[in-house]
Design a protein around this ligand. Structure first.
Ligand code: BDR
Ligand code: CA
Length: 326
């Protein structure tokens, strides 16, 4: 199989960790590196969580490159209320000493794009690293095959203000810079679709029953996230945003959407809000594929069976039983 080369730019983060797990379970992907951006936590914590994800997947051979740690113009605001002070559900896991960890995410991305053909980016956090690549080396940036970015929202309400999604709210200037200056196809996997991807208590109980190291790890790191969702939104379970970006990158039939011009608000009460010209008022060229619907059952099937292929039978029993799934 021709694997697709991809860099995962992320801010792990509980759901980033799940996304890395699903990416590394997918033989369609050749994951070249994880690049770390500040978002859910500062990069100095994020890289440690990336190592945890690589460790559980037995892939400490994949290099991690740490980014600069600060959004383009705003001060960094982290989401430790959502992901825990350690960024991975306050389990305070023992630091992993092996692995390949280097500084210079931006230069790494530039180098690999110049050296290798056909590299894409899956962006699971604020777009700071990518905007810096574009500023520094626009010709190189435009070699990216496509960017699938978890962030923004079309009709769904925000998750850190009434109108703004976290990743784009943390660093709206980066989003704006990319939307204005990039020529790379850009897919926005926003809250309209990720909100449909809920790891419900039934799925968590299924994971509990599987007697498997990876399943136990998922349960362990999502506990804090589940509590947060109950406190914040009265949801049982947790919305797992980032794995959808990975799975959409692999399987386009998971989501549907439309092409439109997208821009983002960079100041004032609506800071971070994505403005999507679905009615073509501005008459600007479309710069974004905005995803608006998702097959959430297919998502859950892909998510669970890719990470736990040896537990397919048990997983299918629950997925095929309407009482427990959906
Ligand atoms: C996004 O923000 C972060 O909290 C998650 O990791 C996800 O990337 C959801 O708004
Ligand atoms: Ca993230």
């Amino acid at each position: 199989m021709n694997k697709r080369k991809v860099i995962i730019d992320c801010d792990p983060g509980i759901d980033d960790t799940l996304a890395i797990m699903v990416a590394l379970s997918s033989n369609e992907l050749d994951v070249k590196a994880l690049t770390i951006v500040s978002g859910n936590v500062h990069v100095n914590k994020g890289f440690k969580n990336a190592l945890q994800a690589l460790k559980i997947m037995g892939r400490l051979d994949i290099p991690i490159y740490i980014g600069d740690g600060k959004p383009l113009e705003r001060e960094l605001v982290v989401a430790e209320d959502t992901h825990g002070v350690d960024g991975i559900g306050e389990n305070f896991l023992k630091d992993i000493k092996d692995g390949i960890v280097k500084k210079g995410a931006v230069n790494y991305i530039i180098d690999i794009l110049n050296k290798e053909k056909d590299v894409s980016i899956i962006a699971l956090g604020p777009l700071t690293n990518l905007a810096e690549v574009l500023k520094k080396s626009p010709n190189t940036f435009n070699k990216i095959v496509e960017i699938v970015s978890m962030g923004g929202t079309f009709k769904s309400h925000g998750n850190c203000s009434p109108v703004a999604e976290f990743n784009y709210w943390v660093d709206p200037h980066s989003v704006k810079y990319i939307m204005k200056n990039s020529q790379v196809p850009f897919h926005m996997v926003g809250l309209d679709v990720t909100r449909e991807c809920v790891l419900t208590p039934n799925y968590i109980e299924l994971l509990n029953q599987l007697n498997d190291e990876k399943a136990d790890f998922i349960v362990k790191i999502t506990r804090f996230y589940v509590d947060f969702h109950w406190k914040q939104e009265k949801i049982l379970g947790c919305v797992i945003n980032d794995p959808l970006a990975v799975l959409y990158f692999i399987n386009r039939s998971l989501c549907k959407g439309f092409s439109a011009y997208m821009d983002v608000v960079t100041e004032g009460i609506a800071i971070g809000q994505t403005v999507i010209d679905s009615e073509n008022f501005y008459k600007f060229k479309a710069n974004c594929n905005v995803l608006t619907s998702v097959d959430s059952n297919m998502f859950m099937k892909e998510f669970l069976t890719r990470i736990l292929p040896h537990k397919k039978n048990e997983i299918n029993i629950i997925l095929n039983n309407k009482k427990y799934s959906g």
